[in-house]
Write a protein that binds this ligand. Sequence first.
Ligand code: HPA
Ligand code: ZN
Length: 329
Amino acid sequence: MNTAHIPKIELHLHLEGAAPPAFIRGLAAEKGMDLSRIFTGDGGYAYRDFPHFLNVYEAATSVLTGPEEFARLTTAVLQESAAHGVIYTEAFLSPDFCGGGDLGAWREYLAAIREAAAQAEARDGIILRGIVTAIRHLGPDRAKPAALCAAETAGDFITGFGIAGDEMTGKLKEFTWSFDMAREAGLQITAHGGEWGGAASVWDAVKDLNVARIGHGVQAIEDPALVAHLAETGVVLECCPGSNVVLGVFPDWGSHPIEKLRAAGVKVTVSTDDPPFFHTTMTDEYDRLAETFGWDSGIFAEITKTALEAAFCDAATRETLTKKLELTP
Ligand code: HPA
Ligand code: ZN
């Protein structure tokens, strides 16, 4: 099956994490920054494990120091996504990386990202929406300005609020203030959980934050009662199997629980997370799912429908996407 041309909806993509290594290397060279430690000999990102990945991620991001650079990044990322058939994507955007939590600076970064997204939409038809994201290992106090940035810019483009970073640091409950602020501003909620912290961490996201979606969530498979709960309540999992396999959450594609979760009635979707870090694209994800689990065009259509329904966008955007999907044979 040629999956490159299947229209795709991606719900879990870290904007900085989608930066091509050559893009980051080029900017570092322009600024005279020595980032050679974060690259492999053949030009990819070099990291040992998840904590080191987060460290390399932040080092790579440190070269992106202004709105113009985020605009260039947005253009590059959306062009690549569109080439893989992505018609709609939601990107995690972090005020911590875009002005350090200062609202005025955040507005400038956001304006630049939006402008680049509007141009990409006009050129390639791809639609972008943003999920403002707190970084868990920076702690609850740093999440508060991020939540304020999210609340102040909530609207047709910033449609969600979430949390990423080191899931083994702190408890989600400590971030309630920020999630409440985001929710009160009308934002929809997702949280990374169940990538590293087991089923307990998925329960925390469900019970403590009442999330609509969970980033990863795949370790829910350890707890049959949780799998049943997710299936019953319709909480959507933003699964990123290639990311999980490369980071060693599961030893290989055959061991990844996405198919078991789907078969149990859990709403699963497919995304790339940080594609160049994990040597993946949406086409690669689809190809591996077809190879490993025999997913066919019917199952991919079902996944797309789930993602469309779970997208944090307004009704008009969902209608546009529905029409685009209907037009595709
Ligand atoms: N997991 C958690 N936090 C992250 C990731 C990830 O894969 N990428 C960027 N921040
Ligand atoms: Zn992620």
